[in-house]
Design a protein around this ligand. Structure first.
Ligand code: NAI
Length: 357
């Protein structure tokens, strides 16, 4: 899970030094075993839209603050992606496997429904389209479900990976002045839904891959299919490569990593990659271009939002995701003009958009 430090954690009502969240709901349901937190950071741009994470946390406190941080990230992500939605996120504390998963997600669906549409949910780490179907049996405020008709929908991960790919490519253009990824070395941390799809795209584009995953089967397959070099899980952030793409969980850019890593670009799918914005300042001082996670990993939420709004044209959704590339270039221009590190510049940009309504 995203490792928390005192300055990134918060109070019962929000994150330290940030505006209070609009709504935070802590709920339990004895019959199903559900224990969940729904955090709504902002509805300034519309109902809060963001996925539901199903995860085993070290403590209830960590689950609570993960929901707070992730929901703020969703508000920034949705604003920068130009979506008419605010930011929220749900966290369900992982239950013993003996409990009925369908009943658990139905109970979660009833919880979402009780919020009267201020929060719309979808998949995140640990949840599946089947879970969202169970949610859908209790509420219509849900997305990320394959459709029987011709309408667009389903697992958002491929769109997330596509967005990360175009964002990474733009970041390479900014930092290395190269228009292609041919021969560019990329260290990918995490070969799950997003990381694996990203590796396929990078391999096709001629990039040299270095990969790490706690699942050795995935790294072995990456070596066989992509000729990837395999790094130890604990050492991937220390390898020599042009690009680092964190695609596991958050918090991989600690101050030590920021101060010592050998990359020129950081661009990946994981949420909350920086432990704090200060780590982004360190990267900036060292001339490393960080493409903020909430800018480049927006493909999944764009997909879920378009599904929710009834899109039928899959190519139009991909075209919208591709706009992440030009947005990275625009952010780089802002960074050049202001001298502010990309993480902070992207937050300021998102806040401008949220304040404009
Ligand atoms: P996933 O659960 O499919 O994949 C995560 C992968 O990371 C797994 O292969 C796992 O074995 C590996 N992993 C876990 N801990 C690791 C470690 N310490 N070192 C190396 N590998 C490790 O998750 P998914 O869907 O690919 O998401 C990855 C990240 O992208 C998450 O942070 C998620 O919040 C973020 N994200 C995902 C979106 C999506 O559409 N799936 C959308 C936006 C963000």
């Amino acid at each position: 899970m995203d490792r928390l430090t005192t300055h990134t954690a918060g109070t019962l009502f929000g994150l330290h030094g940030e505006p209070a969240h609009e709504r935070i709901v802590v709920a339990s349901d004895a019959a199903s075993g559900l224990q969940a937190v729904i955090a709504v950071y902002s509805t300034a741009l519309g109902p809060a839209f963001g996925g539901c994470r199903y995860w085993q946390y070290a403590s209830d406190y960590e689950a609570y603050h993960d929901a707070l941080r992730l929901s703020q990230g969703m508000a920034f992500k949705n604003a920068l992606a130009g979506l008419p939605f605010g930011g929220g996120k749900a966290v369900i504390l992982r239950c013993p496997e003996s409990l009925d998963r369908t009943e658990l997600f139905k109970a979660f669906g009833r919880l979402v429904h009780s919020l009267n549409g201020i929060y719309i949910t979808a998949e995140d780490v640990g949840t599946t389209s089947d879970d969202m179907r169970a949610v859908q049996s209790e509420t219509s405020w849900v997305s990320g479900i394959p459709r029987a008709d011709e309408a667009y929908g389903g697992n958002p991960s491929p769109r997330t990976a596509y967005g990360v790919f175009v964002g990474l490519k733009a970041a390479v253009q900014v930092a290395l002045g190269r228009d292609t990824l041919d021969g560019v070395s990329v260290a990918v941390q995490g070969l799950g839904s997003v990381g694996w799809d990203l590796c396929e795209r990078l391999h096709q584009a001629g990039a040299q891959l270095i990969v790490a995953d706690i699942d050795a089967g995935r790294t072995t397959r990456a070596r066989e299919l992509f000729g990837a070099q395999v790094a130890d899980v604990g050492r991937i952030a220390g390898v020599h490569a042009d690009v680092f793409a964190p695609c596991a969980l958050g918090g991989s850019i600690t101050e030590t990593v920021a101060a010592q890593c050998h990359f020129k670009v950081i661009a990946g799918g994981a949420n909350n990659q920086l432990l704090s914005l200060d780590n982004g300042d360190t990267l900036q001082r060292r001339g490393i271009f960080y493409a903020p996670d909430f800018l480049v990993n927006a493909g999944g939420i764009i997909s879920c939002v378009r599904e929710y709004l009834g899109a039928t044209d899959a190519q139009a959704v991909l075209d919208e995701v591709a706009l992440i590339g030009p947005r990275v270039l625009e952010l780089a221009d802002r960074v050049r003009v202001t001298g502010v590190a990309p993480g902070r510049a992207a937050v300021a940009w998102a806040q401008e958009k949220m304040a404009a309504v």
